[in-house]
Write a protein that binds this ligand. Structure first.
Ligand SMILES: [Zn+2]
Ligand SMILES: [Zn+2]
Length: 806
């Protein structure tokens, strides 16, 4: 039995002393930047963290052994709501709560032996990080990449704050249960849409390096479509409305002759104008107002509803008068907030038309077209004037051209991607560095950082910065007159969008620069590791930042993460581990009872990293027993020089043991460079060790343990270092060449065929002669040869023995 606690403490101290964790300043060396997504400092690490960092650490350690200059840093994503909620619940200051948690989690992570750089450690709530984040904000603002606009947001009037879509549950505030309303508010927006095309195009570059699923999700989220945009004239008995115009966008111009009504968003300007008239009843007006107060998400989930607005619009070609409705499924910020409805060829329009008894007019024919169902495929046009007979694809182009010729519409490209609203009415975040001056307007603060005041009252009602007695009062940086400081803070996703570039900068420059030139050596991240839940938000924002920071002169590559591994969740009893379900396992307990190496071995052995991992107590014990066996066996061998093994002279068992060890070595290259299937690598090492049980040559045993300890070193670094020191003075931790002689087999397999039919197989000594081989073959095939006359015996070397009988 080895003493895990003692061994692990010893090696963690040695690594610390040897600066093992730190990257070198030798930039002539080839680099590897290995990064696991940084944690939120919620208090304690959980098994999902252990998995995430065990994968990253195994890669970092392996690449160091291979001679790469390795950057493997750790940080904390430390702004955000839980710190404020803890303040409300326990009366703790968010800063105190956050930094105490960071200290505790750092200890836990180091106790697992993760080789994180200790000089490049950061928390995004550090004042120096805020300072340079505000500098980046200012540069983006000046470049037009950040702007303000008034838009609809989720508002809780009880808590006096904006809520994210995720914080609205069934239309109610997640904290106080108050009905959430839609409120039009000013906020800061990041112009991510400016990069929509590049973000889409560069997904091609990431193919085979990122999981397909993530690439597809990003592609859909960006949602590029090309189509036709055109304007409509309103026709109404009300003279304020008659002649007004609105525009619509469609990707199916080929269905234009099937148009039967229009649907507007509840917030559309024309809807608002109708509300001021007596064209519709008070009851209908109330229905529309209720729609306006629902969040987009809730509207999308609820039943399709609409109200006829009492006005018409003129079909741009046929000049028919078509009814204009308001519908809850039309979103104000997609397209122009108005859609042309073609119920015959669109499911949603069809459902709506059926419900309200609107006209359904088919204009596309195709094989799968059925009566009384929408036909949404491409087909051949009919009842479409001169376009009848064209197929949908050519009709889309021809009709768009006709609109352009007549100057009543144009072909445009549309994206689903929206600009990113980053204003939060929260205390524990990075203040938006803008000052509002009556004379100069919005001015960027030039004395950074705008730091958070610590003397705040956090009671869960409203923004503590807004209520702070002095925070908002300031002088205008431009004219020096009294001005008002912006009291909103930034979305925490802003911080996580550039921390990897900060890590890549030399910490000796952290006080003077946001990102320094060293980042050009380290960026991009060679391997990024994290959960699939970040597929859109974080991974899209970070890609945008990389491109924006490139264009602002901070960075020089297009993509932040060269390769991405999304690790699966850790489950227990079939469900994700969570405190509320009471099915968690505390990593501290595993470390205390078995040691860090057991935790690391179990988590990498139990499943391929990309797949879900089911917790299994007996498998944890199994991992522990394996380490103990390894320890005992290793210490039982007689270490000798193994540099000149004469393979041909070895016994069969020694040869087999060598083969198994070298098979594991071969697998290691594949696993660390490509597949990350650590589970199969560990299994191969176990097979190697089993085969070594039967070996008797001291040379073979010495070589075997030297290689296997070197392969396992990134996975169980403490025990592997301990044994490597005891046996080989650590000289064995290096890369090994494969040896061909080991893979050459002693025996060959031959088929036996009788009258051309395959009957059996034999394994013979590779040096056996033809007569011996034929004799073995005949013995094996005896039951088919009984009472027969052998006409011919043919041996085809290395393939088969053919016997002809009659
Ligand atoms: Zn509330
Ligand atoms: Zn001013």
């Amino acid at each position: 039995m080895y003493n895990a606690k003692e061994v692990e403490k010893k090696w963690q101290e040695i690594w610390d002393k040897e600066n093992y964790y730190e990257p070198s300043n030798d930039f002539s060396k080839e680099k590897k930047y290995i990064l696991s997504m940084f944690p939120y400092p919620s208090g304690k690490i959980h098994m999902g963290h252990v998995r995430n960092y065990a994968i990253g650490d195994a890669l970092a350690r392996r690449f160091r052994t291979m001679g790469y200059n390795v950057l493997h840093p750790l940080g904390f994503d430390s702004f955000g709501m839980p710190a404020e909620n803890a303040a409300i619940k326990y009366g703790l200051h968010p800063k105190k709560w956050t930094y105490e948690n960071i200290d505790y989690m750092k200890k836990e992570l180091y106790s697992l032996g993760f080789s994180f750089s200790k000089t490049r450690l950061l928390a995004t709530s550090d004042e120096i990080y805020t300072k340079f984040e505000q500098e980046i904000f200012a540069k983006m603002y000046e470049a037009g990449l950040i702007y303000t606009k008034k838009a609809n947001v989720n508002w809780c009037d009880n808590d006096k704050t904006v809520l994210a879509n995720e914080q609205v549950e069934d239309g109610k505030c997640w904290r106080c249960g108050h009905e959430v309303e839609q409120k039009s508010m000013n906020g800061y927006y990041v112009r991510i849409t400016k990069y929509a095309e590049e973000l889409l195009k560069d997904l091609k570059y990431l193919e085979d390096k990122w999981p397909n699923q993530v690439l597809t999700m990003q592609e859909n989220w960006i949602g590029k479509s090309d189509g036709l945009e055109f304007e409509l004239d309103v026709s109404s008995s009300n003279k304020d409305l008659d002649g007004l115009k609105f525009s619509v966008f469609t990707t199916r111009a080929d269905t234009i002759f099937g148009l039967s009504y229009f649907a507007l968003a509840p917030e559309h300007e024309i809807t608002k104008k109708v509300l001021e008239t007596n064209l519709i009843s008070e009851n209908d007006k109330d229905k529309i107002k209720a729609m306006q107060n629902m969040s987009a998400k809730n509207r999308a989930q609820s039943e399709k509803e609409g109200v006829f607005l009492g006005i018409y619009a003129i079909h741009p070609i046929t000049k028919e008068k078509l009814p204009v409705w308001v519908a809850n499924f039309v979103l104000a910020d997609y397209g122009s907030g108005a859609v042309m409805a073609v119920p015959a060829h669109d499911e949603r329009d069809f459902e709506f038309a059926k419900k309200y008894n609107l006209n359904i007019k088919y204009v596309i024919n195709g094989e799968n077209k059925k009566d009384n169902e929408p036909f949404t495929e491409y087909g051949i046009l009919f009842d479409s004037a001169e376009f009848s007979g064209l197929d949908s694809a050519s009709a889309r182009i021809a009709i768009a051209k006709e609109f352009e010729n007549r100057k009543i519409g144009k072909s445009i490209i549309n994206y689903k991607l929206r600009d990113w609203g980053i204003s939060r009415q929260r205390y524990w975040g990075a203040p938006i560095p803008i000052v509002k001056c009556d004379t100069c307007g919005s001015v960027v603060e030039n004395n950074l950082p705008v730091a958070l005041p610590e003397d705040v009252v956090i009671d869960g009602e409203g923004n503590p910065l807004e209520k702070h007695p002095t925070f908002k009062q300031c002088k205008c940086p431009k004219c020096g007159k009294d001005a008002i400081r912006e009291s909103d803070t930034m979305d925490t996703f802003f911080q996580s969008s550039w921390y990897f570039a900060r890590f890549a900068s030399n910490p000796s420059n952290w006080n003077t620069k946001a990102i320094d030139d060293e980042a050009k050596y380290w960026m991009n991240v060679d391997q990024y590791i994290g959960g699939i839940e970040h597929a859109i938000l974080h991974l899209l924002y970070a890609r945008f930042f990389q491109k924006a920071l490139r264009d602002l002169g901070y960075l020089n590559v297009d993509e932040p993460f060269e390769r991405l591994l999304t690790q699966g969740m850790v489950l227990k009893d079939g469900a994700k581990m969570s405190k509320s379900k009471g099915n968690t396992v505390d990593p501290d307990d595993i470390i205390k009872n078995y040691g860090a190496d057991t935790a690391r071995l179990f988590i990498l052995f139990a499943a391929p990293p990309q797949k879900e991992l089911e917790w299994n107590d007996s498998a944890v014990e199994g991992a522990y027993r394996f380490l103990n066996r390894l320890y005992d066996k290793a210490l039982g061998i007689n270490v000798v020089d193994f540099s000149n093994i004469n393979h041909a002279n070895l016994s069969k068992d020694d040869k087999l043991a060598r083969l198994k060890v070298y098979e594991a070595l071969k697998k290691a290259d594949d696993v660390f460079n490509k597949t990350y299937a650590f589970n199969t690598l560990i299994a191969a090492c176990m097979e190697g060790l089993n085969a070594l049980n039967n070996a008797s040559s001291d040379e073979v045993l010495s070589e075997g343990f030297a290689i296997i300890l070197s392969i396992l070193d990134p996975i169980i670094p403490h025990l592997a270092s301990e044994l490597s020191e005891k046996l080989f003075n650590r000289t064995n931790i290096k890369t090994y060449e494969l040896k061909e002689e080991v893979f050459v087999s002693d025996t060959i397999k031959l088929g036996i065929s009788i009258n051309g039919k395959n009957r059996a197989e034999i394994e013979v000594d590779a040096n056996a002669n033809q007569d011996e081989i034929i004799k073995i073959a005949k013995d094996k095939a005896a039951k088919w040869l009984e009472d027969k006359i052998i006409v011919k015996e043919i041996y085809i070397p290395n393939k088969l023995v053919n016997i002809v009988i009659k």
